[in-house]
Write a protein that binds this ligand. Structure first.
Ligand code: ACO
Length: 337
């Protein structure tokens, strides 16, 4: 796979990470009381045991702001130093303005330029790569990149095919230019792709300009997530494996050089299918979907922060982040920690 981003210089570092999940826990046992499902079905098909649900008054920007604050504290930076905020989300506070602008207001990051990225579960890695371009061109120095979702607001809580899968949360990273060349946590390579022919296998059909919600169609819940799970599963395994291989190849590395794989947290079986085919052992794969479910754009960001804070990744490690989502979209990022 050729990647036009491969020529980027390696001068961007991850200066800090942060994450936030809402307090309310929704367990598989709780779901048994809501739809015709079982803890056994959910656990064996997905690996998910519980997920977090935002409070009624909590919006995506609230989750994003908290994750952003924690990433800034980890990086040791003040709001005024941030000159770019990108929020990756498919559950924005509103169609406009951008959720990133609400985050800017909450943080008091008055020097930042702000916008959102819509690439579903791949959004955080898309936003990292966009930030990398801004920083490498000298256009911006310090970016706050956030993946944040309140998917509970767009799930049909009567549809057992989807409602057991998703959760709410946010993760963030501060990206900075390294002018000295000596710092760790460098982004080495990235691989991004999309296949717009598959828009219909994972989507929210209504609520946008193509199909506004009207009094006549409101009862069809068109503004909730629809997914052909089997189809998504097949594409996810192949696309994520190719994306990991491409990012490694760009850096002259192979699967045996991976110290930690941090994959999108949609389904444990998808992750196992990828790692088994690539020969990456379970102890080199970071999984937290049992506690949070699929939080779309937030998933890789939350997992990265947890891997960082728990010491699961160490200085010098080759860390590969990889995601796959609606669009279809996929993305990988290789970091030397
Ligand atoms: N509880 C009990 N039974 C269920 C449930 C449930 N929660 N959900 C579905 N079933 C039933 C189905 O009705 C079906 O029954 P039937 O055989 O009588 O018709 C049976 O279980 C099998 O359903 P499948 O959909 O074939 O189950 P599968 O093994 O494929 O697992 C799953 C479904 C977990 C969704 C899987 O396909 C998957 O993980 N797909 C990928 C999802 C993904 O990666 N999404 C990422 C992107 S998300 C984003 O971008 C926002």
């Amino acid at each position: 796979m050729s990647d036009p981003d491969a020529t980027i210089e390696c001068t961007v570092t991850i200066a800090g990470t942060g994450s936030y999940v809402p307090e309310k826990v929704l367990s598989n046992a709780d779901l048994e009381g809501m739809v015709d499902t079982s803890d056994e079905w959910i656990t064996s098909r997905t690996g998910i045991r519980e997920r977090r649900i935002a409070a009624d008054g909590q919006s995506t920007s609230d989750l994003a702001t908290e994750a952003g604050k924690r990433a800034m504290a980890d990086a040791g930076i003040e709001p005024g130093e941030i000159d770019l905020i990108i929020v990756a989300t498919i559950s924005p506070d509103a169609f406009f303005p951008a959720t990133a602008c609400y985050v800017q207001k909450n943080l008091g990051a008055t020097n930042a330029m702000c916008f959102d990225v819509s690439a579903a579960c791949s959004g955080f890695l898309y936003a990292m790569q966009i930030s990398r371009h801004f920083i490498n061109t000298g256009n911006r120095k310090t970016a706050l990149v956030i993946g944040a979702e309140k998917l509970s607001s767009m799930v049909d809580w009567e549809d057992r095919n989807t409602c057991v899968l998703f959760g709410d949360g946010a993760g963030a990273a501060v990206l900075r230019r390294d002018d000295n060349g000596g710092a760790g946590r460098k982004i080495l390579s990235s691989s991004l792709g999309s296949d717009g022919r598959q828009t219909d296998i994972l989507h929210v059909p209504g609520g946008g300009s193509a199909c506004p919600i009207t009094p006549d169609n409101a009862d069809q819940k068109l503004n909730t997530i629809r997914m052909q799970g089997r189809e998504v599963y097949k594409y996810a395994v192949n696309a994520m494996r190719r994306a990991v291989e491409d990012a490694l190849q760009q850096a002259g590395l192979g699967a045996s050089d991976v110290d930690m794989l941090i994959p999108h947290q949609a389904n444990k079986r998808i992750i196992e299918a990828i790692t088994e085919r690539m020969g990456i052992p379970p102890e080199k794969t970071f999984i937290n979907l049992d506690r949070y479910g699929n939080t779309s754009a937030a998933a890789v960001a939350i997992a990265l922060d947890e891997a960082n804070k728990t010491g699961s990744i160490k200085a010098g490690d080759h860390v590969v982040l990889v995601a796959f989502g609606a669009g279809l979209t996929w993305a990988s990022t290789l970091v030397q920690w």
